[in-house]
Design a protein. Structure first.
Length: 300
Protein backbone atom coordinates (compact mmCIF):
# COMPACT_ATOMS: atom_id res chain seq x y z
CA UNK A 1 0.00 0.00 0.00
CA UNK A 2 3.08 2.29 0.13
CA UNK A 3 1.89 3.46 3.56
CA UNK A 4 -1.03 5.34 1.99
CA UNK A 5 -3.36 4.24 4.79
CA UNK A 6 -3.24 2.98 8.36
CA UNK A 7 -5.40 1.66 11.18
CA UNK A 8 -5.97 3.35 14.50
CA UNK A 9 -5.83 -0.03 16.21
CA UNK A 10 -5.42 -3.68 15.33
CA UNK A 11 -8.93 -4.15 16.73
CA UNK A 12 -10.45 -1.87 14.05
CA UNK A 13 -10.71 -2.98 10.42
CA UNK A 14 -11.41 0.47 8.99
CA UNK A 15 -8.38 2.00 7.30
CA UNK A 16 -7.63 5.72 7.43
CA UNK A 17 -6.07 7.62 4.52
CA UNK A 18 -2.73 9.27 5.37
CA UNK A 19 -1.59 12.65 3.99
CA UNK A 20 0.19 12.36 0.63
CA UNK A 21 3.45 13.74 2.08
CA UNK A 22 3.61 10.66 4.35
CA UNK A 23 3.35 8.17 1.48
CA UNK A 24 6.44 6.11 0.71
CA UNK A 25 7.53 5.59 -2.89
CA UNK A 26 9.84 2.75 -3.90
CA UNK A 27 10.89 3.28 -7.54
CA UNK A 28 12.10 0.55 -9.94
CA UNK A 29 10.72 -2.37 -7.92
CA UNK A 30 9.44 -4.00 -11.15
CA UNK A 31 10.80 -4.07 -14.72
CA UNK A 32 9.55 -1.04 -16.66
CA UNK A 33 6.96 -1.67 -19.39
CA UNK A 34 8.08 1.49 -21.21
CA UNK A 35 11.15 3.69 -20.77
CA UNK A 36 10.96 6.92 -18.75
CA UNK A 37 11.42 9.16 -21.80
CA UNK A 38 8.38 7.64 -23.56
CA UNK A 39 6.30 7.92 -20.40
CA UNK A 40 7.28 11.58 -19.98
CA UNK A 41 6.40 12.31 -23.62
CA UNK A 42 2.95 10.74 -23.23
CA UNK A 43 2.32 12.81 -20.10
CA UNK A 44 3.33 15.95 -22.01
CA UNK A 45 0.96 15.09 -24.85
CA UNK A 46 -1.87 14.53 -22.36
CA UNK A 47 -1.07 17.77 -20.56
CA UNK A 48 -1.26 19.81 -23.78
CA UNK A 49 -4.32 18.01 -25.07
CA UNK A 50 -7.12 20.43 -25.91
CA UNK A 51 -10.78 20.03 -26.68
CA UNK A 52 -11.41 19.68 -30.44
CA UNK A 53 -13.04 22.49 -32.37
CA UNK A 54 -16.58 22.17 -33.74
CA UNK A 55 -15.06 20.44 -36.76
CA UNK A 56 -13.53 17.80 -34.50
CA UNK A 57 -9.99 18.99 -35.31
CA UNK A 58 -7.23 19.21 -32.71
CA UNK A 59 -3.97 20.91 -33.68
CA UNK A 60 -0.65 19.27 -32.81
CA UNK A 61 0.50 22.76 -31.72
CA UNK A 62 -2.36 23.39 -29.28
CA UNK A 63 -1.03 24.40 -25.88
CA UNK A 64 2.40 25.33 -27.25
CA UNK A 65 1.78 28.81 -28.68
CA UNK A 66 2.06 31.92 -26.50
CA UNK A 67 1.53 35.62 -27.05
CA UNK A 68 4.79 37.57 -26.91
CA UNK A 69 3.10 40.66 -25.45
CA UNK A 70 0.72 39.44 -22.73
CA UNK A 71 1.95 35.88 -22.24
CA UNK A 72 -1.46 34.28 -22.81
CA UNK A 73 -1.82 31.06 -24.73
CA UNK A 74 -2.99 31.30 -28.31
CA UNK A 75 -6.37 29.73 -28.99
CA UNK A 76 -7.09 27.58 -32.03
CA UNK A 77 -9.88 27.98 -34.56
CA UNK A 78 -10.68 25.79 -37.54
CA UNK A 79 -14.26 26.88 -38.20
CA UNK A 80 -13.66 29.17 -41.16
CA UNK A 81 -15.54 27.34 -43.96
CA UNK A 82 -14.44 24.11 -42.23
CA UNK A 83 -11.22 24.08 -44.24
CA UNK A 84 -8.08 22.92 -42.43
CA UNK A 85 -5.85 25.21 -44.50
CA UNK A 86 -7.76 28.17 -43.07
CA UNK A 87 -7.20 27.15 -39.42
CA UNK A 88 -5.44 29.78 -37.32
CA UNK A 89 -4.26 30.72 -33.83
CA UNK A 90 -5.20 33.91 -31.98
CA UNK A 91 -4.44 35.52 -28.62
CA UNK A 92 -6.95 34.18 -26.09
CA UNK A 93 -6.68 37.36 -23.98
CA UNK A 94 -7.73 39.43 -26.99
CA UNK A 95 -10.72 37.16 -27.58
CA UNK A 96 -11.87 37.83 -24.00
CA UNK A 97 -11.09 41.56 -23.98
CA UNK A 98 -9.80 43.42 -27.02
CA UNK A 99 -8.34 46.15 -24.79
CA UNK A 100 -5.92 43.71 -23.17
CA UNK A 101 -3.92 42.72 -26.25
CA UNK A 102 -4.06 42.42 -30.05
CA UNK A 103 -5.24 39.41 -32.06
CA UNK A 104 -1.75 38.08 -32.92
CA UNK A 105 -3.47 36.15 -35.71
CA UNK A 106 -1.30 33.52 -37.43
CA UNK A 107 -2.27 30.55 -39.61
CA UNK A 108 -1.54 27.00 -38.48
CA UNK A 109 0.07 26.26 -41.85
CA UNK A 110 2.58 29.06 -41.28
CA UNK A 111 3.46 27.71 -37.83
CA UNK A 112 3.78 24.19 -39.25
CA UNK A 113 6.11 25.37 -42.00
CA UNK A 114 8.31 27.36 -39.63
CA UNK A 115 8.46 24.53 -37.08
CA UNK A 116 9.34 21.95 -39.74
CA UNK A 117 12.04 24.13 -41.30
CA UNK A 118 13.46 24.99 -37.87
CA UNK A 119 13.59 21.36 -36.78
CA UNK A 120 15.15 20.26 -40.07
CA UNK A 121 17.92 22.83 -39.65
CA UNK A 122 18.47 21.92 -36.01
CA UNK A 123 18.56 18.16 -36.56
CA UNK A 124 20.87 18.45 -39.55
CA UNK A 125 23.23 20.71 -37.62
CA UNK A 126 23.33 18.32 -34.65
CA UNK A 127 23.88 15.24 -36.82
CA UNK A 128 26.71 16.83 -38.82
CA UNK A 129 28.30 19.09 -36.19
CA UNK A 130 27.44 17.27 -32.96
CA UNK A 131 30.59 18.20 -31.01
CA UNK A 132 30.39 21.81 -32.11
CA UNK A 133 26.69 22.01 -31.18
CA UNK A 134 27.27 20.49 -27.73
CA UNK A 135 30.15 22.88 -27.04
CA UNK A 136 28.08 25.90 -28.13
CA UNK A 137 25.20 24.91 -25.86
CA UNK A 138 27.38 24.29 -22.81
CA UNK A 139 29.21 27.59 -23.34
CA UNK A 140 25.88 29.37 -23.70
CA UNK A 141 24.60 27.65 -20.59
CA UNK A 142 27.74 28.65 -18.72
CA UNK A 143 27.38 32.31 -19.62
CA UNK A 144 23.71 32.43 -18.65
CA UNK A 145 23.68 30.21 -15.59
CA UNK A 146 27.12 30.38 -13.98
CA UNK A 147 26.35 33.47 -11.93
CA UNK A 148 22.94 32.18 -10.83
CA UNK A 149 24.44 28.79 -9.98
CA UNK A 150 27.13 30.34 -7.80
CA UNK A 151 24.52 32.47 -6.05
CA UNK A 152 22.36 29.40 -5.38
CA UNK A 153 25.33 27.53 -3.92
CA UNK A 154 26.14 30.46 -1.64
CA UNK A 155 22.52 30.69 -0.52
CA UNK A 156 22.39 26.96 0.19
CA UNK A 157 25.63 27.02 2.20
CA UNK A 158 24.45 30.07 4.10
CA UNK A 159 21.13 28.39 4.96
CA UNK A 160 22.85 25.23 6.23
CA UNK A 161 25.29 27.25 8.32
CA UNK A 162 22.44 29.26 9.80
CA UNK A 163 20.53 26.08 10.76
CA UNK A 164 23.59 24.80 12.63
CA UNK A 165 24.15 28.22 14.20
CA UNK A 166 20.57 28.33 15.51
CA UNK A 167 21.11 24.96 17.21
CA UNK A 168 24.17 26.39 18.97
CA UNK A 169 22.32 29.56 20.01
CA UNK A 170 19.41 27.58 21.45
CA UNK A 171 21.82 25.30 23.34
CA UNK A 172 23.70 28.33 24.72
CA UNK A 173 20.39 29.99 25.72
CA UNK A 174 19.34 26.85 27.59
CA UNK A 175 22.64 26.87 29.47
CA UNK A 176 22.14 30.55 30.34
CA UNK A 177 18.61 29.74 31.54
CA UNK A 178 19.87 26.97 33.82
CA UNK A 179 22.52 29.33 35.26
CA UNK A 180 19.94 32.04 35.90
CA UNK A 181 21.49 34.38 33.33
CA UNK A 182 18.30 34.35 31.22
CA UNK A 183 14.67 34.61 32.32
CA UNK A 184 12.18 31.92 31.27
CA UNK A 185 10.11 34.52 29.42
CA UNK A 186 13.10 35.75 27.48
CA UNK A 187 14.21 32.17 26.76
CA UNK A 188 10.73 31.24 25.46
CA UNK A 189 10.55 34.31 23.21
CA UNK A 190 14.03 33.70 21.83
CA UNK A 191 13.58 29.99 21.15
CA UNK A 192 10.17 30.43 19.47
CA UNK A 193 11.64 33.01 17.08
CA UNK A 194 14.74 30.93 16.32
CA UNK A 195 12.83 27.69 15.85
CA UNK A 196 10.43 29.40 13.45
CA UNK A 197 13.38 30.67 11.39
CA UNK A 198 15.00 27.25 11.46
CA UNK A 199 11.83 25.51 10.25
CA UNK A 200 11.60 27.89 7.29
CA UNK A 201 15.26 27.33 6.43
CA UNK A 202 14.86 23.55 6.59
CA UNK A 203 11.85 23.83 4.28
CA UNK A 204 13.83 25.97 1.80
CA UNK A 205 16.96 23.78 1.72
CA UNK A 206 15.41 20.86 -0.27
CA UNK A 207 14.19 23.31 -2.93
CA UNK A 208 17.65 24.84 -3.22
CA UNK A 209 19.24 21.39 -3.47
CA UNK A 210 16.72 20.30 -6.10
CA UNK A 211 17.49 23.43 -8.13
CA UNK A 212 21.21 22.72 -7.97
CA UNK A 213 20.69 19.07 -8.94
CA UNK A 214 18.57 20.12 -11.90
CA UNK A 215 21.38 22.41 -13.02
CA UNK A 216 23.92 19.62 -12.64
CA UNK A 217 21.75 17.42 -14.89
CA UNK A 218 22.06 19.94 -17.73
CA UNK A 219 24.88 18.03 -19.45
CA UNK A 220 22.99 14.75 -19.16
CA UNK A 221 19.79 16.27 -20.56
CA UNK A 222 21.72 17.79 -23.45
CA UNK A 223 23.28 14.41 -24.29
CA UNK A 224 19.84 12.76 -24.30
CA UNK A 225 18.56 15.52 -26.58
CA UNK A 226 21.46 14.95 -28.98
CA UNK A 227 21.00 11.18 -28.96
CA UNK A 228 17.32 11.53 -29.86
CA UNK A 229 18.15 14.08 -32.56
CA UNK A 230 20.53 11.55 -34.14
CA UNK A 231 17.68 9.08 -34.51
CA UNK A 232 15.41 11.40 -36.52
CA UNK A 233 16.64 11.33 -40.11
CA UNK A 234 14.98 12.75 -43.22
CA UNK A 235 12.27 14.64 -41.39
CA UNK A 236 9.71 15.51 -44.06
CA UNK A 237 6.58 16.10 -41.97
CA UNK A 238 5.70 16.80 -38.36
CA UNK A 239 3.78 14.55 -35.99
CA UNK A 240 2.41 15.40 -32.52
CA UNK A 241 5.08 13.13 -31.00
CA UNK A 242 7.94 14.89 -32.81
CA UNK A 243 6.55 18.34 -32.02
CA UNK A 244 6.16 17.74 -28.28
CA UNK A 245 9.40 15.78 -28.00
CA UNK A 246 11.52 18.61 -29.38
CA UNK A 247 9.53 21.84 -28.97
CA UNK A 248 8.88 23.44 -25.59
CA UNK A 249 6.91 26.49 -26.71
CA UNK A 250 6.40 28.88 -29.62
CA UNK A 251 6.17 32.61 -28.90
CA UNK A 252 4.28 34.70 -31.47
CA UNK A 253 4.68 38.49 -31.71
CA UNK A 254 2.11 40.84 -33.18
CA UNK A 255 2.42 41.43 -36.94
CA UNK A 256 3.94 44.62 -38.34
CA UNK A 257 3.69 46.26 -41.73
CA UNK A 258 7.10 46.96 -43.27
CA UNK A 259 7.19 48.40 -46.81
CA UNK A 260 3.58 47.35 -47.21
CA UNK A 261 4.27 43.71 -46.33
CA UNK A 262 3.14 41.80 -43.25
CA UNK A 263 5.99 40.65 -41.00
CA UNK A 264 5.59 38.61 -37.84
CA UNK A 265 8.27 37.32 -35.48
CA UNK A 266 7.95 33.72 -34.27
CA UNK A 267 10.43 32.33 -31.71
CA UNK A 268 10.65 28.56 -31.30
CA UNK A 269 11.95 27.39 -27.92
CA UNK A 270 13.20 23.81 -27.93
CA UNK A 271 13.22 21.39 -25.03
CA UNK A 272 16.52 21.37 -23.10
CA UNK A 273 18.26 24.04 -25.21
CA UNK A 274 15.64 26.80 -25.27
CA UNK A 275 15.82 29.37 -28.08
CA UNK A 276 18.39 28.11 -30.58
CA UNK A 277 20.50 30.76 -32.26
CA UNK A 278 20.75 29.09 -35.66
CA UNK A 279 23.45 30.08 -38.15
CA UNK A 280 22.27 32.54 -40.76
CA UNK A 281 21.10 31.13 -44.13
CA UNK A 282 24.43 32.22 -45.64
CA UNK A 283 26.42 30.50 -42.87
CA UNK A 284 24.21 27.40 -43.10
CA UNK A 285 24.81 27.18 -46.85
CA UNK A 286 28.57 27.49 -46.27
CA UNK A 287 28.44 24.71 -43.67
CA UNK A 288 26.40 22.55 -46.02
CA UNK A 289 28.90 23.01 -48.87
CA UNK A 290 31.77 22.15 -46.51
CA UNK A 291 29.90 19.03 -45.45
CA UNK A 292 29.41 17.97 -49.08
CA UNK A 293 33.08 18.58 -49.82
CA UNK A 294 34.10 16.41 -46.85
CA UNK A 295 31.81 13.63 -48.04
CA UNK A 296 33.31 13.75 -51.53
CA UNK A 297 36.82 13.50 -50.08
CA UNK A 298 35.88 10.45 -48.01
CA UNK A 299 34.31 8.67 -50.99
CA UNK A 300 37.10 9.58 -53.42
Amino acid sequence: MNFRSCRQSFKLKKRLEKPQEEWKIFPDTHPAIIDRETFALVQTLRQHRRRPTRTGIVSMFSGLLYCADCGSKLGYSATNNYKREQAFFFCSAYRGNSDVCSAHYIREKVIEGLALEGLQRLLWYIQVYETRFAQEQMERFGLQERKALAESRRELDKSKQRVAEIDRIIQKSYEDLSKGLLTEERFATLTVSLESEQRQLKADIPELEASLNATADKAGDLQKFIQRARQVTRLTELTPEIVHEFIDKIVVSKPEKIDGKRHQRVDIHYNTIGLWCAPSPKEMEKLFQEHLADKRKKTA
